[in-house]
Design a protein around this ligand. Structure first.
Ligand code: BG6
Length: 278
């Protein structure tokens, strides 16, 4: 079952349920904001203070950062993490089966996108949902000139206590600590106990979150960079859509193409980034 629902203010989303999971995906941003596999605890975090209104990004779930990740490289007045997460997508239901749902979201260049980013494109986001969640982000260059993008699935994971949660798969990897703008090497699995904003480089393996008995596996294809973020206490206080202590139950592990891992796409060519969360 997949049906179109809306909040009181008219903000629309698809609600779906099959034998293996339940999920909600907003039409703004093709933004999944709930995924509950029936065989385990919910694994995606959503802020109880998130805004659901057109033009504001949802705080939590899986924002899609595109066609640039973070601040725009030349113009800081442009929207952070690009404009996809605040754009309305069209959608098509590809499969609505007993144990599997598949939905394609589409965003095409428009007059308003061309004022922010001067290229013709088609962006497809395909969600495949069963007991696992698979998302593929496909960028097609419909322009006459090449363009380059940075991008990412800015996934917010729900954990029972971030200070008792380990992140594995980044050991011995170099990361840029965005807070001090310096490179370091991760010498052991990461346990977050302060504000963290890091870009791990040369990551081609899976990442695991170990939260007590729960293990979450993140398998990314088409990227070599993983961003790990938790705003901790002081930063959370500056954010209107995070409650004071919600940093304790969330962490972002973002499958991304950032820094030198940007993608150049030639006319008529496509590029794909995907993540499977299980
Ligand atoms: C992370 C960035 O990906 O996103 C952080 O590395 C940023 O620097 C965070 O603060 C949240 O961004 P936003 O725009 O959703 O508040």
């Amino acid at each position: 079952m997949i049906r179109l629902e809306q909040f009181e203010n008219g903000f629309e989303y698809l609600e779906l349920e099959n034998e293996l999971c339940k999920a909600k995906i907003a039409l703004q941003g093709a933004h999944l904001f709930s995924f509950d596999p029936k065989s385990q605890k919910p694994i995606i975090w959503l802020s109880e203070k998130s805004h659901f209104k057109l033009g504001s990004a949802i705080r939590g779930g899986i924002p899609i950062c595109w066609p640039w990740f973070g601040d725009h490289s030349d113009d800081s007045t442009l929207p952070k993490h690009g404009f996809a997460r605040t754009s309305l997508f069209d959608y098509e239901i590809l499969k609505d089966e007993k144990a599997l749902s598949q939905i394609k979201f589409v965003l095409k260049s428009s007059k308003s996108s061309l004022t922010l980013w001067p290229y013709a494109f088609e962006l497809n986001v395909i969600f495949t949902l069963c007991d696992t969640l698979h998302i593929e982000l496909n960028t097609k260059n419909c322009d006459e000139k090449s363009f380059s993008i940075t991008q990412g699935f800015h996934t917010y994971f729900k954990v029972s206590n971030v200070q008792k949660t380990s992140i594995l798969g980044i050991e011995n990897k170099t990361y840029l600590d965005f807070l001090v703008k310096k490179d370091f090497v991760q010498d052991r699995p990461l346990v977050i106990d302060k504000e963290v904003d890091r870009i791990y480089k040369a990551i081609s393996n899976d990442i695991e979150i170990v939260d007590g008995e729960t293990q979450i596996n993140i398998k990314t294809r088409g990227s070599n960079s993983t961003v790990i973020w938790n705003p901790w206490i002081e930063k959370s206080k500056t954010m209107s859509d995070m409650s004071i202590d919600s940093y304790k139950n969330m962490l972002c592990i973002e499958s991304a193409n950032v820094l030198d891992d940007f993608k150049v796409i030639k006319p008529d060519e496509s590029c794909s980034l995907s993540v499977t969360i299980s």
